[in-house]
Design a protein around this ligand. Structure first.
Ligand SMILES: Nc1ncnc2c1ncn2[C@@H]1O[C@H](COP(=O)(O)OP(=O)(O)OP(=O)(O)O)[C@@H](O)[C@H]1O
Length: 823
């Protein structure tokens, strides 16, 4: 055989035909299986009677024959096996085979005679005809029971196979196929064929590009409406769920959608057809266009919901108006009890909070927010005859007159520690059991009580705030506490900052630092960062803070030395927390986690460990929970310790692999499919550290992280340190971080608040012509871009293509509430 012939055979698709002997393995969360086949036919050299086949298959029937298409691979551990990319069910297609099939156990009630009649009427293609059109069963002269058995049997035996084969043919991975099937079930292929872009909306892991590839395969035209809409949804979703905005401008949508569409197919797209589709989607209430702002419906209604509910709460007639003298008298007593004296601003904050239906309190670390919460709670209890001791001792959470909550488990725990009263996560408070994606559809518990205090409000995103406010009765007093200079929420919005800036609710900002002001330089550093500069003594050694100069490659070694020194001095490793802004890179979270693990919990003979993605978990490891799991009372950002690893063993009666993690006394078991909810936590992202405090923080900042540099990021990291702070890296990386003020997110909440509160002065500002400066800048911008997009958007408005108020006349947000977004 010459080389060309050999190549031809190698490139030819390989197949193996045979019957299933046994299923060795089947994945819990996908269709992936490892099976043993007794070989009947192959187009490659195979001497043995059986072969192991891997791939995504439906529930293979042992007596059926299958044709697997793929190629032979050499597995390092299991040797030669067949990796199937797709498969076909070898359905009977001879008269004899079909009669045998229809009269088998799969169709109880259908005997040989009826089977013969089916094949006589429908012919040798009977099975396919029945799969495609079950109605054909009616023309076979069968009893209604037999016809039903036939339809159901054909469906049960073939439908899942057809779908999985279809999904395999589109090239989806096992996990994605499983997600698609879990979402659409028997409609999977129909959905894909009708509108593949629906996948990019519904299925995690499928983006516009993949959907577009399928669309191309099935002949959806470059400028077809469904394609343009798919791009519009993708752009909106990226703008909001990736970048944290709650809307995109029409210009941004048009511009970005065109970029995406042209990247996918390299065909020029006329901006006007994108604009047309924006209008269409708006008309069908699938997106919302408010002025020039294009919204995902959920976010639009959430912002409206927040503004309207806050207005209702804040203007409740049941306004308390306590006499200042009376309040001062009680406060003096409480001060004596707490052993402190509130300064004028703090006192003012307490009194305003007590006299307001809704109040906002912001301040940096150590400015007394918790001390004020304690004062408010004590005063509120006294004024309303509430026994705080009884609340402290109450075993369950029901009927509490004072409710305390925070967005993360760690922040809620800290609240309990500092106030001595029960505090919960907001999810727990609302009785939300589902995952975050289902938040807007969650059934929440209507709250009861007189006062609600939310801490770490800067972490609450638009959707959660809307759901929370939706559960608050109108007559409940509400206080939001937070630090406006910290990072905004992970999800869309910057609710706390917007509430403060809107100026519609009573608020106080605390600026005087109390914590350890004599000997702590950490709090000073935080405040200096907040002001936009590093202190002149930044690189000098302090009792509680030091800086070690090193480059990115030196960071892991320097970290190792610091950690070893910390341990050698008798300190607890659990008191030390490394934070970093990014996962990737030699000084990134993943690399530092590996180094930390090697120092404090290395591999040891006999120590159980499991591999999860790129990481190894061992008993004793510190781990971080990555998603909210209210059912087990664990939340995104919670830190736990691995206390058990049970490996599947028939001998020890352990049915499946399991990791057991202890979250402060709450022991949670993780089955294999949930292991990716965990990651090592020796080093964690600054975002995930929000709402927590640690005795020692080690923070590397190097030029490699430049993409993430931002003042609020550095500020958040530094202000997590309670006693000691060790900064590693390059001074200019810290300097750069301080100098970058991250731009505000695009949100509509402030404007909606002005409208809801009837602040005509501010609402009018929105409509007024721009200042001369702004007009000048806009003009030069326009000239610079010269893309015509500014002009386009404006001309679309002028020509009536985009109506700034499209669909909004006389329509209230609630009119859309019940409908689900769909392309
Ligand atoms: N008026 C005051 N007089 C004396 N000490 C005070 C006063 N206000 C606050 N403190 C003290 O300052 C320290 C920090 O206060 P607190 O914990 O309330 O600040 P915080 O704003 O909640 O800080 P963080 O956000 O970092 O938790 C505490 O030890 C507290 O007792």
């Amino acid at each position: 055989m010459n080389n060309t012939q050999q190549e031809l055979i190698q490139n030819e698709q390989q197949f193996v035909k045979g019957r299933v002997k046994s299923v060795f393995f089947q994945s819990n969360d996908s269709f992936y299986k490892v099976i043993l086949i007794s070989v009947k036919e192959t187009n490659f050299d195979w001497k043995e009677h059986t072969i192991t086949v891997t791939g995504d298959f439906a529930n293979l029937q042992e007596e059926n024959e299958y044709r697997f298409i793929g190629h032979v691979v050499d597995h390092p551990r299991y040797g030669k096996q067949f990796k199937a990319e797709t498969y076909e069910v070898d359905v009977p297609d001879t008269t004899e085979g079909l009669v045998h099939y229809f009269s088998s156990d799969k169709f109880p009630g259908i005997g040989k005679k009826s089977a013969e009649r089916i094949v006589k009427i429908l012919g040798d293609d009977a099975l396919n005809l029945l799969i495609q059109d079950p109605e054909r069963a009616q023309e076979l002269g069968l009893s209604s029971r037999q016809a039903q058995t036939l339809i159901e049997g054909v469906k049960d035996n073939n439908q899942t196979d057809t779908i999985i084969i279809g999904l395999n043919n589109y090239g989806f991975s096992s996990k994605i196929s499983a997600r698609i099937f879990a979402k659409y079930h028997e409609k999977s292929l129909t959905v894909i064929n009708e509108n593949p872009y629906q996948l990019s909306i519904d299925i995690d892991g499928i983006g516009f590009m993949k959907a577009d590839q399928i669309a191309n395969q099935i002949g959806i035209k470059d400028d077809s409406a469904v394609r343009i809409r798919g791009a519009i949804f993708q752009v909106l979703s990226d703008f909001c769920y990736e970048s944290g905005n709650t809307y995109a401008t029409s210009r941004q949508v048009i511009e970005n959608a065109i970029t995406l569409l042209e990247k996918g197919r390299q065909t020029a797209i006329d901006p006007e057809i994108v604009a047309d589709q924006i209008i269409e989607l708006e008309k069908k209430h699938r997106i919302v266009a408010d002025q020039q702002h294009i919204y995902v419906r959920r976010l639009y209604h959430a912002e409206h919901g927040i503004a309207n509910k806050l207005y209702t709460i804040a203007t409740n007639q049941d306004q308390k108006n306590y006499d200042e003298k009376k309040l001062a008298k009680i406060l003096r007593r409480i001060e004596r009890h707490l052993g402190i004296q509130y300064d004028d601003v703090q006192q003012d904050a307490i009194f305003t909070a007590l006299n307001s239906r809704c109040f906002l309190l912001t301040g940096g670390p150590g400015t007394g927010k918790t001390t004020i919460i304690n004062g408010i709670v004590a005063m509120f209890a006294e004024l309303n005859g509430i026994d705080l001791k009884q609340i402290q001792q109450q075993k369950d959470d029901s009927h509490l007159p004072i409710l305390l909550a925070a967005p993360t488990g760690r922040a809620a725990k800290r609240m309990t520690e500092t106030t001595g009263l029960p505090a919960r996560t907001i999810h727990r408070l609302l009785g939300i059991n589902g995952h975050d994606e289902e938040l807007s559809e969650s059934k929440v518990t209507e709250l009861s009580g007189d006062l609600l205090i939310i801490d770490e409000t800067s972490m609450v995103d638009t959707e959660l705030m809307d759901v929370l406010l939706g559960a608050i009765p109108y007559n409940m007093q509400v206080i939001f506490v937070g630090d406006k200079d910290q990072l905004p929420s992970v999800g869309p919005g910057q609710v706390f900052a917007d509430l403060l800036e809107s100026d519609q609710l009573p608020k106080k900002e605390l600026t005087r630092i109390y914590r350890q002001s004599d000997d702590s330089s950490i709090v000073e550093l935080s405040h200096s960062i907040q002001q936009g500069q590093l202190p002149t003594d930044f690189t000098q050694q302090h009792a509680d803070r030091s800086f070690i100069a090193c480059n990115a490659f030196q960071v892991p070694d320097v970290l190792e030395q610091v950690v070893k020194l910390w341990i050698s001095k008798g300190n607890l490793i659990d008191d030390l927390q490394v934070l970093a802004p990014m996962y990737k890179g030699v000084a990134g979270i993943d690399s530092l986690n590996n180094r930390m693990q090697a120092i404090v919990n290395p591999a040891k003979h006999g120590r159980k460990e499991v591999q999860v993605n790129q990481q190894v978990f061992r008993i004793g490891d510190r781990v971080l929970q990555l998603v909210n799991d209210p059912e087990h009372n664990i939340f995104n950002g919670d830190i736990g310790k691995v206390i058990g690893i049970d490996l599947k063993s028939a001998k020890n009666h352990i049915p499946a692999d399991k990791i057991i993690v202890d979250f402060d006394g709450n022991e949670v078991g993780y089955e294999k499919r949930n292991w990716n909810q965990l990651t090592l936590a020796y080093c964690m992202s600054i975002h995930k550290s929000q709402g927590g405090e640690f005795p020692l923080i080690i923070l590397p900042m190097v030029r490699q992280f430049s993409r993430m540099f931002a003042r609020n990021l550095l500020y958040t990291a530094v202000s997590r340190a309670k006693q000691k702070l060790i900064l590693l890296g390059e001074v200019d990386a810290f300097e750069k971080s301080v100098s970058i003020v991250s731009s505000n997110r695009q949100t509509g909440l402030k404007e909606m608040l002005w409208e809801a509160f009837g602040d005509h002065e501010k609402v009018n500002l929105l409509d007024e012509t721009d200042s001369e400066d702004e007009i000048e800048t806009a003009k030069s911008d326009e000239q610079e871009t010269n893309q015509g997009l500014n002009v386009l958007t404006n001309s679309l408005i002028e020509s009536g293509k985009i109506d700034p108020m499209i669909g909004m006349n006389g329509i209230q947000p609630k009119n859309f509430m019940e409908q689900k977004p769909k392309v």
